[in-house]
Design a protein around this ligand. Structure first.
Ligand SMILES: NC(=O)c1ccc[n+]([C@@H]2O[C@H](COP(=O)([O-])OP(=O)(O)OC[C@H]3O[C@@H](n4cnc5c(N)ncnc54)[C@H](O)[C@@H]3O)[C@@H](O)[C@H]2O)c1
Length: 301
């Protein structure tokens, strides 16, 4: 699909910025990737491979051509993001839509320094952005309906499934659910109920595979809401409801166990095993998405 008329800028060339640039290049959108760190820009160029030929790279926001939309995808820090979106606004014209790829910082907080917050909207992509279909579209309290409509139109043209939230809550939908699940996972590890490998196995091959085919609500319909209620009544008092991140997670991060990128998180990772895992994951994700899209949700609203 060619999108000759669309021009985009992605600010931040890290993990997400690079797959966002790939998504644009794959769909014929003229994209410029901006990052203040020239080394990150070079790494992004390498990771884009043949798609780098369709991509411009820059270390500052001065734009040669005014884009239709700019996606802010810099470090997940509200102060940094506030400054970056204000800089973006100063460099584009009134018609440009400004999007933030924050994972869950409230849109009004990021856009608090904007002159025209009505053209600012959250578009939360998932990693890798060129493959995972859903994008959470999150309006702030000043975002105009037309901005949401335009953003959804472009996302659809990029082959995405935009899902619009009615109101902005911290963490949006996906990260609230992901963190609720992880709070319980970490609690089970801390209590010594199960080892990491067994926990991953149980979740991946039970509720994991099922949820690839049915959303949680559809799945519960299929199981029976009365049964769900009976379980909820005795289980909720026993579930982890802590207000602070788990001590185990704090401990791992303090020890430098940051995950695959440093060779150790819950598991140990070598460079080769990580590269193999990531390559297989991209391929398997594509196959699962194809399968999931084949059978639509059978329920009626
Ligand atoms: N990694 C994920 O799985 C994921 C998924 C969805 C959304 N996100 C969100 O996407 C955003 C980026 O995440 P990431 O994982 O790509 O982070 P990252 O750390 O890999 O990349 C962030 C990049 O921003 C650049 N940067 C910082 N300040 C800048 C500035 N003033 N101007 C230009 N560039 C600047 C940094 O040099 C860095 O390259 C975050 O808001 C994150 O929460 C991440």
């Amino acid at each position: 699909m060619q999108q000759d008329s669309l021009r985009a800028v992605v600010v931040g060339a890290g993990t997400m910025g690079t797959t966002l640039a790939k998504l644009m290049a794959l769909n014929g959108v003229k994209v410029t990737v901006v990052d203040t760190n020239p080394k990150v820009l070079e790494a992004s160029r390498q990771r884009l491979g043949p798609h780098a030929a369709m991509t411009c790279f820059a270390t500052d926001l001065k734009m040669a051509e005014v884009p239709d939309f700019v996606i802010e995808s810099v470090t997940e820090n509200v102060d940094v993001k506030q400054k970056v979106v204000a800089q973006i606004e100063a460099n584009v014209n009134d018609a440009t839509i400004i999007m933030t790829n924050t994972s869950g910082i409230p849109i009004d907080e990021i856009g608090s320094a904007l002159q025209a917050p009505q053209r600012f909207v959250g578009t939360h992509f998932f990693n890798p952005a060129d493959i995972v279909p859903t994008v959470e579209v999150v309006p702030g309290s000043h975002t105009e309906a037309e901005t949401v409509q335009k953003a959804c139109g472009w996302l659809t043209r990029l082959g995405k499934r935009p899902a619009v939230l009615k109101t902005c809550v911290p963490g949006f939908v996906a990260n609230r659910i992901q963190h609720a699940v992880m709070r319980e996972c970490l609690s089970l590890l801390e209590k010594g109920v199960v080892e990491a490998e067994a926990l991953d196995d149980i979740v991946q091959y039970s509720i994991g595979v099922r949820m690839a085919l049915n959303g949680p609500l559809c799945q519960r319909d299929l199981n029976g809401l009365d049964t769900h209620l009976n379980i909820a009544r005795y289980l909720y008092p026993d579930l982890d409801a802590r207000q602070q991140p788990s001590a185990l997670l704090e401990e791992y991060v303090a020890e430098g166990r940051l995950g695959a990128k440093v060779g150790r998180g819950f598991y140990r990772w070598g460079e080769e095993s990580l590269a193999r895992h990531q390559a297989q994951e991209r391929n398997k994700l594509q196959r699962i998405i194809e399968l999931a899209a084949q059978g639509s949700n059978g329920g009626e609203s």
